[in-house]
Design a protein around this ligand. Structure first.
Ligand code: 13P
Length: 276
């Protein structure tokens, strides 16, 4: 069934777990994610990322109706989320298409400008009933950051002010994760994460760059208040590994092998996120 991010985060808070949020830029990734979520009977977040549009995978207009229909028909609560919308008009287009949650990413702007734009996104989302995630600090890679660059980590005091002034539903914070592959093992600033959670009054926090983080660190960030974990790179890598070096006579056979491998990878990640 279709759910908002607020719905699934409330459940996650009650159970002290994190909801898995996975990018679904085509049918195989979508099927892999839903099969994993349904087999675990767990809520899930399907995401469309602006960056996948730039890569030529799919446009928001193409994928949104497919994700929404699949969410409506699913046996588990499914939120359909727009990941990293850096442009307010793009976010508004997503809301008009029916995304039940959007991320406005103004992390490259000054805190004042980020706050101003995030408030516009929150007002726009109120009209459709969608939830809003926003980011302060910068995660790196997508935003051009470098692993271990503490100068771009989320400032807990600024995070408190940002949450109070914007009316968002979830806060993405930077504390040592980056998007894509890590150059070396990630070293997460757990104390910073706890301080953000404390100053924001137990606000639901989001960890981007979930691929490559150890299972022990997943458990630790969840214990410290992360309620949504974004994950795609390792799922995509699992799909690629399943078909590399093999010969196929039919295109769909490669798709099925990749889908099954991605399903297993998502299931493993979700099992850790939910403590199953
Ligand atoms: P990974 O690249 O680590 O899978 O993270 C994906 C993500 O954070 C999307 O927003």
């Amino acid at each position: 069934m279709l759910a908002t991010m607020k719905d699934v985060l409330l459940d996650a808070e009650k159970r002290q777990i994190a909801v898995g949020a996975f990018n679904a830029p085509n049918l195989q990734t979508l099927h892999a994610i839903l099969r994993a979520a349904e087999s675990l009977a767990e809520p899930v977040i399907l995401m469309h990322a602006e960056v996948h549009e730039e890569m030529g995978l799919c446009t928001m207009e193409e994928i949104a109706p497919i994700l929404l229909r699949a969410a409506e028909r699913s046996a588990v609560p499914v939120c359909v989320h727009l990941d990293h919308g850096t442009d307010l008009d793009y976010v508004k287009r997503g809301l008009a298409l029916g995304f039940t949650s959007v991320m406005y990413d103004g992390s490259a702007l000054s805190p004042a400008e980020n706050t101003k734009n995030t408030r516009i996104a929150v007002e726009a989302a109120k009209k459709t009933g969608a939830s809003v995630e926003a980011e302060i600090g910068s995660m790196g890679a997508r935003e051009g950051g470098v692993q271990d660059d503490e100068s771009i980590y989320t400032d807990p005091e600024l995070a408190k002010k940002f949450v109070e002034e914007t009316g968002i539903d979830a806060l993405a914070c930077a504390f040592g994760t980056v998007h894509g592959f890590y150059r070396r093992e990630p070293k997460l600033d757990m104390a910073r994460l706890s301080r953000i959670r404390e100053l924001t009054g137990g606000f639901p926090l989001v960890m981007h760059g979930g691929s490559g983080v150890s299972h022990a660190d997943y458990r630790e960030v969840i214990r410290r208040g992360v309620r949504k974990i974004n994950y795609y790179t390792y799922m995509s890598r699992a799909g690629a590994a399943a078909i590399s070096g093999k010969e196929y006579k039919q295109f769909q056979d490669a798709l099925f092998d990749a889908e099954n491998a991605m399903m297993e990878d998502v299931k493993t990640a979700m099992s850790v996120f939910t403590g199953k």
